[in-house]
Design a protein around this ligand. Structure first.
Ligand SMILES: *Cc1c(COP(=O)(O)O)cnc(C)c1O
Length: 233
């Protein structure tokens, strides 16, 4: 099982490198975020021992438990990728290095105010509701630039880019959503040049996301295997 995690990581790194080379991009422009939600610390340790350092979590309680468990491994970066309730912002501000799921200024304001002063600014990405699903989190595309202009005012946050979870296309082809995100990212970078990260692509669609400029792909199942259904999933 744990050997599998190392093997899956190695094979993912290889496939990423091949796609990135075909796109004539620098290898450093693509990061794999290993999404460890619902998985035990033993699995994270296996990935860590295989050299992996970027982990994604969806639930605040799990983020706190795992970050506390691994507090001696200060080179781990925890990416918070789940929905954020305002009464949970303090824990996220304390334990995460990167937050992918910003879609409300009220949350941003709290994260900035609660970011511990001994830590660098919290890196944040704006979550975009790119498929315009009524029930889904995220800012609509047309509101992203104005939202970004407000977000960059918070002193303890650093806007690094955009994130999306496109509605899965029926034929498995998400190129329309990915291409819209790529365009939106270019528009954002004209106003905020350092906001160059694009977090998109999951286990089922990440190769396509990379060809549309994804710089952070978030892989759960592909690295850690199937998840048990969880009550809040
Ligand atoms: C669970 C999750 C992932 C990983 O999903 P897989 O399909 O298992 O790769 C990525 N991003 C977000 C926001 C998630 O909630």
């Amino acid at each position: 099982m744990h050997n599998n995690i190392a093997e899956r990581l190695t094979s993912a790194y290889q496939q990423i490198a091949e796609i990135i080379a075909k796109c004539q991009r620098e290898p450093s422009t693509a990061q794999l975020i290993a999404v460890s939600k619902t998985k035990p610390v033993a699995d994270i340790l296996a990935a860590y021992q295989a050299g992996h350092r970027q982990f994604g979590e969806n639930y605040v309680q799990e983020l706190v438990e795992k970050a506390t468990f691994f507090k001696d491994k200060s080179d781990i970066q925890w990416h918070f990728i789940g929905p954020i309730q305002s009464n949970k912002t303090r824990d996220i501000a304390s334990f995460a290095s990167v937050v992918h799921s910003i879609d409300r200024l009220k949350i941003a304001e709290r994260l900035s105010a609660q970011r511990p002063t001994h830590l660098p600014p919290l890196k944040v990405l704006i979550q975009v509701n790119i498929s315009e699903e009524a029930s889904k989190a995220g800012i609509l595309s047309q509101d992203v630039l104005a939202f970004a202009d407000e977000l960059v005012k918070y002193p303890n946050l650093q806007l690094i880019g955009l994130m999306a979870i496109p509605e899965p296309a029926k034929d498995g082809d998400n190129h329309i959503a990915f291409s819209r995100m790529q365009q939106l990212s270019q528009q954002l970078q004209q106003r905020h040049p350092s906001a160059c990260e694009l977090s998109m692509g999951m286990s089922d669609d990440w190769p396509q996301a990379l060809t549309f400029g994804a710089t952070m792909i978030r892989l759960g199942t592909a690295i850690f295997g199937q998840r048990e259904p969880k009550k809040h999933e």
